[in-house]
Design a protein around this ligand. Structure first.
Ligand SMILES: Nc1ncnc2c1ncn2[C@@H]1O[C@H](COP(=O)(O)OP(=O)(O)OP(=O)(O)O)[C@@H](O)[C@H]1O
Length: 893
């Protein structure tokens, strides 16, 4: 963590001049890495696969340009955005380097060059949870529980280390090869103090807690709990709980917090989600409550393990090695950190908390490792005022209150523990630098570098008690954020400036001893690897994919939609400035510019508003399950068909997706397939632990387990539905896919085992009429064509053209003429047919608008079927979801 910019900069392959060459290798402390294909993209940059030249090991490299790629109004904004991005990236690197948890994606190395950050993460190759949900629909509760427990475990670990993720969402959950989750993207994470408040209002809108939308300061963990509740809902329901094409309406729904629960949901599951999705953060379930909730513990006999190593209360003298390595968090110099920590350790409050902890341990109410949460009646919500009086409550309570001397007492203390533990891990290994992380079975330990992020990157971050913080600020990062940049830990600041020790709470809740004996091991319950067979993992008889066409085909594009550049388009306001009457909020092409992504600060928002005298429709980054704008979040056009479908309470995208992909045609396909096969996916018994071990053995001995024809057998059969599998011969499936891709105007090229696809709107730009237009405020028009279904593959929907709404400054994406309007509607109709149920137009031209995805034809071993798998590489989630859905519909597997 300490500053070491120069060394890091020189570690990377040199980049000279302003013309940045495309880098093909990265030289890091962990060796030389060849950069491979792009496996993902986010608002921060691309993620590429990289292979170690010496060992062949693969990692995922997140490449973050250090300069903001967004448009900025002036140099000052740009500078501020660049600085903000630098701070975020550095903080992400610093935090992820320290965390050591089996369900958090670990970092291998980090390199900073003049122009980029290269963050080397362990490669998580089981796919995205989002892809699974899109392909499969909702999960069974048992599967969801397994993932839920892993998420809870990871969050508990983070929170006990004073780290809040703040961007937990379905897209940031990957699946490892062992079928376990790995949480990624700590780009918005930060340290928190139970006694302080954060004021960065960030996160992805669909997953953002209501208090964030209201720009209320928050402690930290509670916003993760809300997001976790949304994730859990998505897992078990296959859709997001709050959705609307109109952003103000969506804001309103989130703030209202009225959730509809499908009838199939168990009462326990419903109860748990309902406890998490409580709009009042003080009444919302704490993680401690979630961990011991009956739904969470069902079949496991106890709460999830949090994988925290044993800790002892901090004692003086402090370890200088640790102090030295803590300077990367912008806590100050090693001397300053030492002073602060000494004060804490010597404080009456800390000493009291140590005594209280020892008392708890003696009475058997908590173990020294705090591995279990206290048991209590989860249905009874304790009033926070009561809790605040607690001192000798269970450790989970103490953690929450910041009175546990071992966990989340103070960010400085937590980071001290984490650094110390990292050093100890490294020392334990014969080979220095090797981390023995508690991992999923079969995983290799990570070799972590001694991260030395650049000092510059840490200057004036808002990590903790930093001077010069402002409660808001511009952010460069066009993520699905609410808003805000900097944060203030007010109490902590006050405490520092006055050297005042906050009052010690008094004892209160006494809990029964926790159950330490889980019935089942978390890692053994590989719920996703269901109904699998070890018998057939290869089928050499399957024909190889036909001749490769390396060039992208260029299908015809048709119909136009327009967009208007709008510098504020990436922003998500904490509060929509103008709440429109319901009738004006009817999703329409003009006004439902649901920016589902990205955030900016309230300050920026108000600046924009005052500049233009209007309330801009903010946009947020694409998130799962909902109509999304493309990556840089802009305008989303309404969709009359989906409105009709949903009337009033709009159908959640995943509902319709689930229906159309899985259930819509389920009867006929199931019936048909039932005649064809003895065993149906749904009927295959669950795997035993022995099965899992065998499969893992097969997987590991076969490496990629690819058959000679490049078709991978896939063991995640439980994730296939009838609409994603086929008994057709491979050649027929391939021909069908090509036909459909052509129909949909999707460029493609064949790759090993499938297709690499690209779908882009064509853009006609009219010359800006004046400067204002050029800035995106005026009538600068761009016509964007999204490929629609070509040549009779599908019929255009006959949805009546929605009445053109009155222009609304807040939510109008473009100021169109009637001609344009007609063209837009036609384009929109085609877009719908092509899966663009809602078209999202981005503020930036180019790659941001392009949807890139891959289609793989895989083998479903037991059933002797082929399955279709999708993988999003880049582009809007909604765009992707609809495209996948349309392709599946057209394929008629
Ligand atoms: N360790 C990894 N292994 C495999 N794929 C990864 C890994 N990390 C990231 N990816 C892929 O890259 C995508 C983008 O990564 P990530 O979310 O970290 O980037 P980001 O720029 O921070 O994105 P966002 O805009 O969501 O904040 C992920 O959705 C995932 O598909």
């Amino acid at each position: 963590m300490p500053s070491s910019t120069a060394s890091n900069a020189t570690r990377a392959t040199s980049t000279s001049g302003t013309n940045v060459r495309r880098r093909t290798t990265v030289d890091a402390t962990t060796g030389h890495w060849d950069l491979g294909k792009t496996i993902g993209a986010g608002s921060m940059g691309k993620v590429k696969l990289a292979r170690n030249k010496e060992t062949g090991e693969q990692v995922a490299v997140k490449i973050v340009p250090r300069q903001s790629t967004d448009e900025h109004r002036n140099a000052q904004d740009r500078e501020r955005a660049d600085h903000s991005k630098e701070v975020r990236t550095a903080r992400e690197a610093a935090i992820v380097t320290l965390v050591d948890h089996p369900y958090i994606c670990g970092m291998r190395d980090v390199v900073r060059t003049n122009y980029h950050w290269y963050m080397l993460f362990e490669y998580v190759n089981g796919g995205q949870m989002l892809d699974y949900i899109i392909s499969h629909g909702r999960l069974k509760e048992k599967q969801a529980r397994k993932f839920g427990r892993q998420i809870a475990s990871a969050l508990d670990y983070c929170h006990r280390n004073s780290i809040v993720h703040r961007d937990l969402k379905i897209e940031n959950i990957l699946i490892s090869k062992t079928g376990d989750i790995k949480i990624i993207d700590f780009g918005l994470s930060n340290t928190f103090s139970p006694k302080g408040l954060l004021k960065t209002f960030c996160g992805s809108l669909y997953f953002a807690a209501p208090e964030l939308l209201q720009a209320k300061a928050y402690t930290g963990p509670e916003v993760d709990v809300w997001s976790f509740g949304i994730v859990l809902y998505v897992l078990v329901c296959g859709k997001v709980p709050f959705d609307d094409q109109s952003m103000p309406q969506l804001h309103a729904k989130i703030k209202k917090g009225v959730v509809e629960y499908p009838p199939w949901l168990s009462a326990e599951c419903k109860n748990l989600i309902a406890r998490m999705l409580v709009t009042d953060p003080a009444q919302r379930a704490t993680l401690a409550e979630i961990l011991v909730h009956p739904w969470m513990t069902k079949g496991f006999g106890g709460p999830p393990e949090n994988y925290l190593p044993p800790r002892k209360p901090l004692q003086l003298p402090l370890d200088p090695r640790v102090l030295k390595k803590m300077d990367g968090f912008d806590f100050g110099t090693a001397e300053y950190i030492e002073q602060q920590l000494t004060k804490i350790v010597q404080s009456e409050e800390y000493q009291k908390s140590v005594v209280a902890m020892e008392r708890r341990q003696q009475s058997g109410l908590a173990d020294s490792q705090n591995k279990q949460s206290g048991m209590f009646d989860f249905y009874k919500r304790r009033k926070s005022t009561t809790s605040r009086d607690t001192l000798t409550g269970p450790s989970s309570e103490a953690v929450q209150l910041g009175t546990d001397p071992l966990n989340a007492y103070n960010p400085l203390l937590s980071i001290y523990f984490l650094v110390k533990e990292k050093i100890e891990r490294e020392e334990r290994e014969s080979n220095p630098g090797v981390l023995s992380m508690p991992r999923s079975p079969g995983e290799k330990p990570l070799q972590l570098p001694d991260l030395q992020p650049p000092a510059a990157a840490y200057t004036n971050t808002a990590a903790y008690e930093m001077a010069g913080e402002a409660p808001t600020g511009g952010r460069s990062r066009p993520r699905a954020r609410t808003h805000g940049e900097d944060e203030l830990q007010e109490d902590a600041k006050k405490a520092r400036s006055t050297n005042r020790v906050p009052p010690v709470p008094s004892p209160a809740i006494v809990l029964p001893p926790p159950d330490h004996t889980p019935v089942k091991k978390e890692s053994a319950a590989v719920g996703l690897l269901r109904r699998l067979s070890t018998r057939r993992h290869k089928d050499p008889e399957r024909p190889a994919p036909a001749a490769t066409n390396d060039a992208y085909t260029t299908p015809r594009k048709s119909f136009s939609m327009r967009r208007q550049r709008d510098p504020s388009a990436n922003r998500l306001q904490p509060e929509p400035a103008v709440e429109k009457p319901a009738e004006l909020l009817t999703p329409t092409p003009e006004r439902t510019s649901l920016g589902r992504s990205t955030s900016v600060s309230a300050a920026e928002h108000s600046r924009d508003t005052s500049r233009r005298g209007v309330s801009e429709g903010s946009s947020v980054r694409p998130t799962a399950m909902t109509p999304q704008p493309s990556r840089r979040g802009d305008r989303q056009y309404g969709d009359a068909s989906s409105d009709a479908e949903t009337s009033g309470s709009r159908t959640m995208p995943l509902t319709s997706r689930t229906k159309s992909m899985g259930h819509g045609r389920k009867e006929s396909f199931q019936a048909r397939r039932a005649r064809r096969m003895d065993t149906r996916t749904e009927d295959v018994p669950e795997e035993t632990d022995q099965d899992l071990r065998e499969v893992e053995a097969v997987r590991s001995t076969n490496g990629a387990s690819e058959s000679p024809n490049g078709i991978k057998p896939v063991y995640l059969k439980g994730l296939f539905s009838v609409s994603t599998t086929s008994s057709k011969p491979l050649a027929v499936i391939r021909t069908d896919i090509i036909r459909v891709l052509k129909q949909l105007g999707v460029e493609y090229r064949e790759i090993k085992g499938g297709f690499s696809c690209r779908h882009a709107p064509s853009i006609d730009m009219e010359k800006p009429k004046d400067d204002q237009a050029a800035m995106g405020y005026g009538s600068h028009r761009r016509k964007i064509s999204f490929g629609g279904l070509m040549g009779g593959g599908n019929t255009e929907p006959t949805t009546p053209t929605p009445p053109r709404p009155r222009r609304d400054n807040s939510y109008t994406a473009s100021d169109s003429s009637d001609d344009d309007e007609e063209r837009r509607v036609r384009g929109q109709q085609h877009n719908r047919a092509a899966g663009e149920t809602s078209t999202h137009v981005q503020s930036d031209l180019g790659e941001g608008m392009v949807l890139k995805f891959e289609i793989f034809v895989v083998k479903v071993p037991l059933l002797s079927l082929h399955g279709i798998q999708f993988k999003k590489v880049d582009g809007g989630t909604w765009q992707y979801k609809n495209m996948a859905q349309t392709i599946l519909n057209e394929l008629k597997l």
